[in-house]
Each structure stands twice: as C-alpha cells, then as structure tokens.
Design a protein around this ligand. Structure first.
Ligand code: NAD
Ligand code: MG
Length: 395
C-alpha cells in the first residue's frame, strides 16, 4: 500500500485525485487530507477515506469538523501550521493541490522530507522557483509535474540529453475570450470568465486562463522544472486542448503528449509513476475531431501573458511580485469589485511600484509577497474608486 497525502483535497485537483484513489482503493493508505475552510466536504472525504489526520487551514471550522469526526480516531488540527504538519507526516507521495502562494510552506514541508511530490500548485514555483528547486535537490525529493502542459513535457523530455532540447512549446486553449475584441472584454463577468471551454477547474485558475496569466505562470513554471531559458519557452494557442505540450530537439524532432482534456490523466501519471495506471478519461478520437488548429497568442489583448514573460526575463523579485499581485487582483475580480481588464493593469502597476531586489531565502520571498499584496490592494481600491466616479459622472 502506498502512503499518500492530498494537500487541497477539497479542490478540483484534490477531488480528481480522490476519484482515482477510489478506483483503486486497495493500493493506497491515505495519511492526511487538508482544506482551507470547507469542513463539511473535508469531513465527508475523511469518513470515506479514513486518513490518519485532517487539517483545516481556517480555524473557524475546527469545532464543527471535530464534532463531525468524533469517535473516528482521526487526528484533527486547524491553522496554517496544521496544514504544514499534515505535509510533514510520512506519506511517500504527496499531491500539492493548494491554490496560490498559500501552498508554498506546506509543499516545501513535504519536499524537505524527501517525499515524491506531485506538483499541481504552480504559484509556489512562480513565487519561489529558485529556492523551491534548490530545496528539491538538497532534500532529494522527487518532483512530478501535474499541470497538464508540464506533465506532457515531462513525459517526452529526455533529461539525459538536456543539451539536445532546443525548446519546449506550451499549448494554450486561449480560454473563453480567445477571440473576443478587447473592447468587449471590459464588461465580462466572473461567471463568464470561469466558464472555461475545455477544462473544469477551480475559480482562480479559470480566471487566470481567461486572462492568459495562467500560460504566463506556466512559462515561469517550465523555466524552473525543465531548466529552459526564457527564449526556449514558446506559447502556442491550440483551442482544442488535445496536444498538451511539446518538446523540440536539436535534430528537428518534436515530441508531444496528447489526450482529451481531463486532469485525471496527468494526475494518474504522477500517482502511478514510474508505472502507468488506468484512468477514466474519454479516449481521444482524432478522426472524429477532424482537425487541430494553432495560433500565435495575441499579447495586445492578453497583456498578462506578456507581463509574466517579462517578469521571467527580469528575474529577481519580479515573478514573486507578479504572482502576489495577480492573486489579489483575481480575488477582487471574482468578488465583483474590479473589471476584467483591471487584473493585468493592477499587476503591471504593482510590478512598477514594488522595488526590485535579490531574493536569498524564503523570508525574503514572503516579505516581497506581502508588500506586493499591499500595493496591489491599494491599486485595486483606486480602481474601484475610479469606476465609481466614472459611473456617477455618467449618470
Ligand atoms: P481549487 O480552488 O479548486 O482548490 C484549491 C484547494 O486549496 C482547496 O482544497 C482549498 O481548500 C485549498 N486552499 C485554498 N486556500 C488555501 C489556504 N490558504 N490554505 C490551505 N489550503 C487552501 O483549485 P484547483 O483548481 O484544484 O487548483 C489547485 C492548484 O492546482 C492551483 O495552483 C492551480 O493553478 C493548479 N492547477 C489546477 C488545475 C485544474 O485543472 N484545476 C490544472 C493545473 C494546475
Ligand atoms: Mg496548465
């Protein structure tokens, strides 16, 4: 039995992971499950999977969770430190599926004990890539990318001939607004932004896909995972989401991984690794699809992608600032406080305002992250006030 932990078990990736575990119950012993605040879902998962421990990041649900699991013998803890404690328990395989930089410390806690970490949380690589990858090397952890693009690249990347890889090509669906004129983007609602044409995902990554910040974050993620220079990471819009990404070699060969868009395929790859598991994704029928199409991304309509590419080239604190500002702006957009186009604008303003610096350790990153969140919050408040003034003037 493989001992596994799922960080962020109540989310989209977390639930897909549990679906795979349920299809092969005898093979896994669940060590820990963690969630932010949804204690009801966490309790239901715990009743079914019988983990040794559950952790809730938001302590306000602790009493209810404790009551729901009374008499089960499952250890219950709450608070950010409890999520890290869950990650430290001795599971050999850990799914890192917390959303945002909040996943950084717990994921590092799993890395630091040399676990096999299936990494869905891309924000920790964007925010703290150098430090994170150094920790992976130092503690001899095994990192398996879950993000479908990086999982595709991982499957066809010849790590023994790294110098013969000329570039990686990240495919992007283009999101729900792929062909929408910029003037029409101004008024799109959170509900429209989270309605992704191909993938069913959590709210934050769905908005990131709509702005194409998601692809920008993935460019930075690819840089760290595969040691590719910025110029070696290409983005290609491919609306059908069938080719999940590609690797080009020095001899001109291009290798790709294909499949229907279902996260259970890349998750199963990491759960079974180094063996392949069966996974329930619909089978690919290329004859039925007929054609696959490709476009160059439009950086004028999707400035978030440009900002992320530039942040990678700038280096230093820029990716940390970009990520933190984006998390703040996306949350404000989802709350209905700012417009869709203001997300990238706030990220750009924050990058211009927060001072660049070298990042030596985790505390440096946390300090920049906090400063960028404060600055982005200020920019968002200004945007809200500006919109209100415009509305009054129009009335
Ligand atoms: P989600 O919003 O559906 O789930 C997030 C999970 O994290 C939930 O379990 C939530 O309780 C937990 N969480 C949120 N804030 C937390 C906090 N402060 N402390 C502790 N736990 C917290 O998100 P998702 O779509 O499952 O995505 C998870 C991660 O995987 C993200 O980083 C995302 O970019 C990445 N990812 C997701 C997909 C996908 O298909 N959903 C694909 C590729 C990569
Ligand atoms: Mg992806």
């Amino acid at each position: 039995m493989r001992r596994i932990t799922i960080l962020g078990s109540t989310g989209s990736v977390g639930e897909s992971t549990i679906d795979l575990v349920n299809r092969n119950r005898g093979a896994y012993q669940v060590v820990a499950l963690t969630a932010h605040s949804n204690w009801e879902k966490l309790a239901a998962q715990a009743m079914s999977l019988k983990p040794e421990m559950v952790a809730l990041a938001d302590p306000s649900g602790y009493a209810a969770l404790k009551a729901a699991l009374a008499g089960t013998g499952i250890a219950i803890a709450a608070g950010d430190h409890a999520v890290c404690e869950a990650a430290r328990r001795d599971a050999e395989w850990v799914m890192a599926a917390i959303v945002g930089a909040a996943g950084l410390k717990p994921t590092l806690a799993a890395v630091e004990r040399g676990a096999t970490v299936a990494l869905a949380n891309k924000e920790c690589l964007v925010s703290a890539g150098d430090i994170f990858m150094a920790a992976v090397a130092r503690h001899k952890a095994t990192l398996l990318p879950v993000d479908s693009e990086h999982n595709a690249i991982f499957q066809v990347f010849d790590f023994d001939q790294h110098e013969k890889v000329t570039k990686v090509i990240l495919t992007a669906s283009g999101g729900p607004f792929r062909s929408l004129p910029i003037a029409d983007m101004r008024g799109v609602t959170p509900a429209q932004a989270v309605a992704h044409p191909n993938w069913s995902m959590g709210a934050k990554i769905s908005v990131d896909s709509a702005t194409m910040m998601n692809k920008g974050l993935e460019v930075i993620e690819a840089h760290h995972l595969f040691r590719m220079k910025p110029a070696q990471i290409e983005v290609l819009v491919h609306p059908q989401s069938v080719i999940h990404s590609m690797v080009e070699y020095a001899d001109g060969s291009v290798l790709a991984q294909l499949g229907t868009p279902d996260m259970r395929t890349p998750i199963a790859y990491t759960l079974g690794w180094p063996k392949r598991l069966e996974a329930p994704a619909a089978r690919l029928n290329l004859a039925k699809l007929g054609s696959l199409t490709f476009e160059t991304p439009d950086l004028a309509r999707f400035p978030a992608l440009r900002l992320a590419q530039e942040a990678l080239v700038t280096g230093g604190a820029a990716p940390t600032i970009l990520n933190a500002a984006n998390e703040v702006a996306v949350a404000r957009f989802l709350a209905g406080e700012i417009g869709f186009l203001e997300i990238a604008a706030i990220v750009e303003q924050t990058l211009a305002r927060v001072a660049q610096r070298k990042l030596g350790c985790l505390d440096d990153i946390l300090a920049v992250d906090e400063e960028a969140r404060r600055t982005a919050g200020g920019a968002a408040r200004k945007a809200v006030a500006g919109n209100a003034a415009q509305k009054t003037a129009a009335e």
